[in-house]
Design a protein. Structure first.
Length: 79
C-alpha cells in the first residue's frame, strides 16, 4: 500500500490536514468494503484505482470543509 501512496507523489505528513485526509481515505475504502491494509492483497490495478478514488473523495471532502469554514467566517465577520 505504501507503494501506491508513494506513486501518487504525495506525502501525507506535509500539511496540517493530513490526519483528516487519511481518515477520509479510510472512510471511503471502508464504504467499498476494503480496509487500508487489505489493499496490498488486491490486484495492483484494483488497489490503484481504489486509492485514486479514495484520494479524490478525500480532496472533495476537504474542499467542502474548507468552503464551509470560510463561509462561517464570512458570516461572523463580514468584510
Amino acid at each position: 500500500m505504501s507503494d501506491i501512496i508513494q506513486e501518487s507523489g504525495r506525502d501525507f505528513t506535509e500539511y496540517p490536514q493530513s490526519a483528516l485526509e487519511r481518515k477520509l481515505i479510510s472512510e471511503y475504502l471502508l464504504s467499498k468494503g476494503v480496509r487500508r491494509q487489505d489493499l496490498r492483497n488486491l490486484p495492483e490495478q484494483e488497489a490503484k484505482t481504489l486509492m485514486k478514488e479514495a484520494c479524490h473523495y478525500a480532496a472533495l471532502k476537504l474542499a467542502e470543509i474548507e468552503a464551509r469554514s470560510k463561509f462561517r467566517q464570512n458570516i461572523r465577520a463580514p468584510e
